[in-house]
Design a binder for this molecule. Structure first.
Ligand SMILES: C[S@@+](CC[C@H](N)C(=O)[O-])C[C@H]1O[C@@H](n2cnc3c(N)ncnc32)[C@H](O)[C@@H]1O
Length: 220
């Protein structure tokens, strides 16, 4: 099977590949169809992948995709909640994509509880479907740094892709950075379509969110 990726998954794969160094494993949490890992392995972006899913059905789909592509010797599929029991090594790249920001927060939070010594050089590539500002704020409060951010358009919607690293220091984000993203704010003018999309979404959300309303007033 030749793995073709949608724009969203393609951007996630490209981003993950940028942080791959010799020996780093791709850890694909919530792998579902397994397409991301198949693509990254077939294109030799990673030597190895671990695919995890909390549900047996998606894990079976992941395993079928791995087998169809003759990648069994380079990949392992686990049925587990988030990163529980997953061997995470230095410089591994962990993708958590296509799920809500609160679910992503809980997965990373449990990983931190289980690993008081955080492995070094680990990059998280996060693509939350919702609750993006809440996730940014939580990450910042827990000592993570948002190294890069991107937005990718697919089927009428923009998806955020965040590159995050644990630095163990709380740097803090302004309210504007929480909503727009600290790295995205630096380049928002280069993405006018995304900026317009975001501002339409924010206009609606600000009706019930006084913090966001204040951010929008200060920007206007
Ligand atoms: C919408 S799919 C996204 C699949 C793929 N990551 C993508 O971005 O296209 C979400 C997948 O995450 C899995 N999932 C949800 N919560 C999870 C958790 N706590 N641990 C592992 N997998 C989880 C679901 O079973 C489902 O297969």
């Amino acid at each position: 099977m030749r793995a073709e990726l949608t724009a969203r998954l393609n951007r996630i794969a490209e981003t993950a590949g940028r942080y791959s160094v010799p020996g780093s494993t791709l850890i694909d949490v919530g792998s579902d169809h397994g397409l991301l890992s198949v693509y990254c392995l077939r294109n030799d972006m990673f030597e190895r992948a671990v695919l995890t899913d909390i549900n047996q059905g998606p894990a079976d789909r992941s395993l079928a995709a791995i087998r169809e592509n003759l990648l069994e010797d380079r990949a392992e599929v686990m049925v587990t909640d988030g990163l529980s029991g997953v061997p995470v090594g230095d410089n591994d790249v962990i993708v958590i994509a296509g799920m809500g920001g609160n679910n992503i927060r809980d997965i990373i939070g449990r990983f931190m509880e289980d690993h008081p010594e955080f492995p070094s050089g680990v990059r998280f590539i996060l693509q939350p479907q919702k609750s993006v500002p809440e996730l940014r704020e939580w990450l910042s409060d827990k000592g993570f740094e948002i190294k890069d951010e991107d937005a990718v358009y697919e089927a009428g919607f923009y998806y955020c892709v965040l590159v995050v690293e644990y630095i163990g220091t709380v740097t803090g984000l302004s309210d504007e950075e929480i909503y727009y993203g600290p790295r995205m704010l630096e380049k928002l003018d280069r993405y006018p379509d995304y900026r317009d999309f975001l501002e339409r979404v924010f206009e609606m959300r600000a009706r019930g969110d006084t913090r966001l309303k204040k951010v929008l007033e200060e920007r206007s």
